[in-house]
Design a binder for this molecule. Structure first.
Ligand code: SME
Length: 165
């Protein structure tokens, strides 16, 4: 597979719908999680033009998050469990949509340009192994459509392939 093809003039839902099978082919047959996260970040960034999209991986020894593959400006390298939106999604093991990051207690401002955010935990056999974080420079940018489709995206990373680092 050489390129992701998405019509820029269709709705967000339709773009996700058209992207998902392409992501599935993109990572098919490859079980290295860093390689797959890198290509998924690139494909999502290219499709939606978000400010920042990428993964934080759980560092099991330190019980904190460490930066993984992403697209966008440089970001915080480590995030403690329970801190910021990513650390909270890691601790609570559920998706968090933040319409205004300045109103989120303990938000970690890696970039002052980021205004709203969605974070999904990647859960494998009940354990959070990573999170997918998407940041926008616009307020109130993410909704249930993003949550529903990004869940399908992270499911690609845990279904049908062993979790290997
Ligand atoms: N804003 C995030 C930190 C990560 S980045 O913005 C890339 C948070 O509060 O978890």
């Amino acid at each position: 597979m050489e390129e992701i093809i998405i019509d820029a003039n269709i709705s967000k839902e339709k773009r996700y719908e058209s992207l998902l099978p392409q992501l599935s082919s993109l990572i098919e047959g490859e079980n290295n999680i860093v390689a797959n996260m890198a290509n998924i970040s690139a494909a999502l960034h290219q499709t939606f033009g978000w400010w920042w999209v990428g993964f934080y991986l759980v560092d099991k020894e330190k019980n904190e998050l460490v930066l993984g593959p992403f697209q966008g400006p440089i970001a915080c390298t480590r995030i403690s469990k329970g801190k910021g939106v990513c650390g909270t999604a890691f601790q609570q093991a559920h998706t968090i949509i933040v319409p205004d990051v300045d109103a989120f207690p303990g938000h970690i401002a890696c970039s002052a340009a980021s205004k709203s955010e969605i974070v999904l935990p990647i859960v494998f056999e009940t354990e959070v192994l990573a999170v997918l974080d998407v940041d926008s420079e616009h307020l109130n940018y993410f909704d249930d459509t993003d949550s529903k489709w990004l869940q399908k995206v992270v499911d690609l990373l845990t279904k049908n392939q062993p979790w290997k680092l």
